[in-house]
Design a protein around this ligand. Structure first.
Ligand code: SF4
Length: 64
């Protein structure tokens, strides 16, 4: 498991992470992305999460 956090103060709501990795990211009612799993993401989804991290235009996704 790895902890994956969307920094809401950086996210601009572009939706790219949800398009790249819908298993983990969704767009919340506030228009910003959130981790649907809470925080902990299983290893088998981390490859997609890393793609989303690289695709995010404002580096709002952190793997801790
Ligand atoms: S890709 Fe980055 S800026 Fe775009 S919705 Fe996801 S976290 Fe927010």
């Amino acid at each position: 498991m790895a902890k994956v956090v969307v920094k809401k103060d950086s996210c601009i709501g572009c939706g790219v992470c949800a398009a790249v990795c819908a298993s983990v990211f969704t767009m919340a009612d506030d228009g910003l992305a959130e981790n649907v799993l809470g925080e902990d993401v299983p290893e088998d989804l981390m490859e997609e999460v890393k793609e989303a991290v690289e695709a995010c235009p404002v580096q709002a996704i952190e793997i801790e």
